[in-house]
Design a protein around this ligand. Structure first.
Ligand SMILES: Cc1cc2nc3c(=O)[nH]c(=O)nc-3n(C[C@H](O)[C@H](O)[C@H](O)COP(=O)(O)OP(=O)(O)OC[C@H]3O[C@@H](n4cnc5c(N)ncnc54)[C@H](O)[C@@H]3O)c2cc1C
Length: 405
């Protein structure tokens, strides 16, 4: 190791909610170890974490026994406590999942069973009349009511984690883009845009760049991150009363992240969306942001080609709805018929880091890859913000005990 290279016990790459929660959990497990978080942006939570819907999911949707199911239920409970303890804005706002027709009632019932199997507290089936009592402007034939779903300011959570990491002696290095990783016998060499570092153990939580960081370490996998942009509208403040809490449609079990919904934010706004359109850059927050290299790697990936062949109609519809406000409004009117086009204005967007397998399937569960001196979070899609504190404990538990020496 060159003498000029700074050396730490643990390096965490990525200052999103998963990276910061992981750094905090590692400090708790290894109190004597030195730790540094490396983040390429000027501040934490600039990508998925700072541009998501802000929902503390209760764990209804996920396959029983999966990491998502277990860590979401546990993580939601812990996220409420964390926000309370650290003074981060949050609210147990409650959520309805609305069946718009009789055909959706069967799927609603499947979801109720899942919620029970996952141990989600308080979920109950309500009829059309009870739905009106909870959400007077929402129309449906039946719904699931989840009183323990909530909202949180996840950027605020990251700021609190950042303070805790600093208090425990950890360092946060901003503007540090990791460009290469190399495993040696006793350490991992980390090259960045500004100098290098050596760490006894590395955890990567790179979100939209998760697969690249694993590949830098020489870990091969069939998985590639495909970026899907989710665009939002805001309800005009004078129409925000159309919705009291969170209002979702019954999801398509094959493409669970589709289906625009209403969410209330911690600062009292109502968001409508997000949709899901292929982004032309990993950090492509608008239609015009195109990274030709990244786009061509997505299009050339056989997993994406298989995905596109199977779902091209759905993908084309999402693009059409992205550019056609009237169509977006029509989707929302299924839930809130009184909504008009003039009630909503364009909001921001987030980009989901969706891991896709070579077979064209969306990687459903949270997924990690490991080497002797590293662990890579390769798929941390929704509800990873909700589950972040529990994901972090799983990662800390998989980190070699020898780091405490
Ligand atoms: C539109 C949208 C809505 C969502 N809604 C919800 C929701 O309501 N509830 C919920 O629980 N989840 C939701 N999610 C999912 C949730 O936001 C993510 O699962 C979670 O934020 C992932 O956190 P992360 O830390 O893994 O990734 P990120 O927040 O993306 O952080 C990764 C970080 O790694 C950094 N990085 C990457 N490469 C490098 C490098 N080479 N060197 C240094 N730094 C690097 C990036 O700059 C970034 O800051 C949503 C996601 C989106 C996009």
């Amino acid at each position: 190791m060159p003498e000029t290279t700074r050396s730490v016990d643990i390096a965490v790459i990525g200052g999103g909610i998963v990276g910061l929660a992981t750094a905090h959990a590692l400090q708790t497990r290894f109190p004597g170890a030195s730790l540094t978080v490396l983040e390429k942006e000027a501040e934490v939570a600039r990508h998925q974490t700072g541009n998501n819907s802000g929902v503390i999911h209760s764990g209804i949707y996920y396959k029983p026994g999966s990491l998502k199911a277990r860590l979401c239920v546990d993580g939601a409970r812990r996220m409420f406590v964390f926000c309370e303890t650290h003074g981060v804005a949050h609210k147990r706002s409650g959520k309805v999942i609305v069946a718009s027709n009789d055909a959706e009632i069967e799927r609603l019932e499947d979801l109720r069973k899942r919620a029970a199997a996952n141990g989600v507290p308080g979920v109950q089936r309500v009829d059309a009349k009870q739905l009106k009592e909870i959400e007077p402007h929402v129309t449906g034939v039946a719904a699931l009511w989840s009183p323990n779903t909530g909202i949180a300011d996840y950027t605020g959570v990251c700021q609190a984690l950042k303070r805790e990491i600093g208090r425990a002696g950890g360092a946060l290095m901003l503007h540090k883009e990791v460009t290469a990783l190399r495993e040696h016998g006793s350490h991992v060499g980390i090259s960045t845009n500004q100098g290098s570092l050596a760490a006894r153990f590395v955890v990567t939580c790179g979100g939209l760049h998760a697969d690249r960081l694993a590949r830098m370490m020489g870990l091969s996998s069939d998985i590639q991150i495909v970026p899907f942009r989710g665009e939002y509208y805001f309800l005009r403040p004078e129409r925000a009363g159309l919705v009291r809490g969170l209002v979702y449609p019954v999801p398509d079990p094959n493409l669970p992240f589709l289906g625009v919904h209403f969410t209330v934010t911690t600062d009292g706004k109502v968001e409508a969306g997000p949709n899901a359109v292929l982004a032309f850059a990993r950090e492509g927050y608008t239609l015009s942001e195109v990274n030709p290299g990244e786009l061509s790697r997505t299009l050339a990936f056989p997993g994406f080609q298989r995905l596109a062949r199977k779902w091209w109609r759905t993908g084309a519809y999402e693009i059409y709805r992205s550019v056609n406000k009237a169509e977006f409004v029509r989707s929302l009117q299924k839930l809130v018929p009184a909504l008009h086009s003039s009630d909503i204005v364009r909001g921001g967007a987030g980009v989901r880091a969706q891991a896709v397998g070579l077979d064209g399937a969306l990687v459903d569960d949270f997924k990690f890859l490991t080497s002797a001196r590293s662990l890579h979070v390769i798929n941390a899609v929704s509800p990873a913000a909700t589950a972040s504190l529990s994901i972090a404990d799983v990662i800390a538990g998989q980190t070699p005990a020898s780091l405490s020496n």
